[in-house]
Ligand binder design. Structure first.
Ligand code: HAM
Length: 396
């Protein structure tokens, strides 16, 4: 868990505000859900056999005996809120963005924190694959505006028609090579065979090269949509790689799944992930509602984001005599309606004030000394153009 101070907090605000401005352009509105949720919500949605639920939850009993946990991700809470507010009964399509802390009790390493922040978007009510394309486009726009390079990986996880026969097929294949797979994979053959596909163990990976691929066993509708998505990305000039082992670590996905990765941040290279979850709303007691979304890992991109050049802005107000100090306050109140104002409370000499104005990166230094008090004026210097002048106080 980390503090954000100075440079990090500036980067955090820049990344979040850039993501918000892009999300708004795609019609997303803000949603805020609690950090604490009932544990059962994540068991039902993310899945009991997932690492997140099985090993990584900050879970405890509260004073009322409720089994609660700190949210490990944002989608389940947004879907719960969506159903709770009966938005699933409304015919209009709904799009939400959110950001904030998530908690996973993982083994800490570079890029892997126990408290981390996500910016996420969830779009409800759209079955068309055009929405899958649009949401991927939105993510590319966010990364482009932040000056961050990425590789995009996509896959299709099929639907309730094509996934079950594929799963059976895969289990048969895995059972045959069981003795050679790692312990984790052996456990997963029963609990969550699809997750075996993204095992990081090199021996498992080479054994899995010949495994049946879901992409070759999709039903007609999933196959058509996946091919269409590829074509839309090709036409838009968005490069991607089809990764048949991309299964994502959360159980609620179906059809399109994607990850954005960066080669510049080490082993924890996923900077965003998402996909379709057409059955989750129904699963959490809502009306069947197709949905798709993503989340960006903010800490993983903060360092990569190109920060805008800092420009001098606002006013620095200083007094050069004790009596002049309080005459700064009416000016500060007036000017703060339109710009950033820094008031120095101690009367100081000229040079000291100029250093102070420079430190806060002010565009204008405004000083009042004995002469200005007597004449009812202020002395103003534009620190960009170096132009300086005296102005009547009421005109400033
Ligand atoms: P996720 O892939 O688990 O998806 O997380 C999304 C992103 O959060 C990851 O790509 C990564 O950048 C970041 N992240 C995850 N764990 C950590 C960690 N321990 N430390 C630092 N960063 C981390 C989800 O959470 C889904 N809810 C995404 C989604 C939204 N799917 C549909 N809608």
């Amino acid at each position: 868990m980390k503090d954000f101070t100075f440079d990090e907090s500036k980067r955090y605000v820049h990344v979040i505000s850039t993501a918000i401005s892009v999300a708004k352009k795609y019609g997303y509105g803000y949603i805020e859900t609690p950090i604490l949720e009932e544990t059962a919500l994540f068991k039902r949605s993310v899945g009991e056999s997932s690492d997140i639920v099985g090993k990584e939850m900050y879970q405890f009993e509260d004073k009322g005996g409720n089994d609660v946990c700190m949210r490990p991700e944002g989608t389940a809470g947004v879907v719960r809120a969506f159903v709770h507010a009966k938005l699933d009964r409304q015919p209009v399509k709904q799009k939400f963005y959110y950001y904030g802390p998530m908690f996973r009790y993982e083994r800490p390493q570079k890029g892997r924190l126990r408290e981390f922040h996500q910016f996420g978007c969830e779009s409800f009510g759209e079955t068309s694959v055009y929405e899958d394309f649009t949401i991927i486009t939105m993510l590319t726009q966010i990364f482009d505006e932040l000056g961050i390079g990425f590789d995009l990986q996509i896959n299709s996880l099929g639907c309730k028609e094509c996934m079950p026969p594929y799963r059976e097929n895969l289990v048969n294949f895995l059972t045959d090579i069981k003795g050679e797979l790692c312990e984790d994979c052996n456990r997963r053959i029963e609990s969550n065979p699809i997750r075996v596909l993204d095992c990081k163990n090199t021996q498992c990976q080479s054994l899995l090269k010949t495994s049946p691929k879901l992409i070759d066993n999709l039903c007609e509708s999933c196959d058509t949509d996946f091919k269409k998505l590829c074509k839309l990305l090709d036409n838009a000039g968005i490069s991607y790689e089809v990764d048949t082992n991309l299964v994502r670590g959360l159980d609620y996905y179906s059809k399109t799944a994607f990850e954005f990765v960066s080669s510049e941040i080490g082993a924890q290279s996923a900077i965003a992930g998402g996909g379709r979850y057409d059955r989750l709303v129904e699963f959490l007691d809502g009306k069947p509602t197709p949905a798709i979304g993503f989340a960006i890992g903010i800490e993983r991109i903060m360092e990569l984001a190109k920060m805008p050049e800092e420009v001098k802005d606002g006013l620095y107000l200083g007094a050069m005599s004790e009596e002049a100090v309080e005459s700064l306050f009416p000016i500060a109140s007036k000017k703060r309606k339109e710009m950033r104002v820094t008031v120095e409370y101690n009367s100081k000499g000229f040079k000291s004030h100029m250093k102070g104005a420079d430190k806060v990166n002010a565009r204008y230094a405004v000083l009042i000394g004995e002469d200005e008090m007597a004449n009812g004026t202020v002395w103003v210097k534009d620190l960009e153009t170096k132009e300086e002048k005296s102005l009547p106080k009421e005109e400033f």
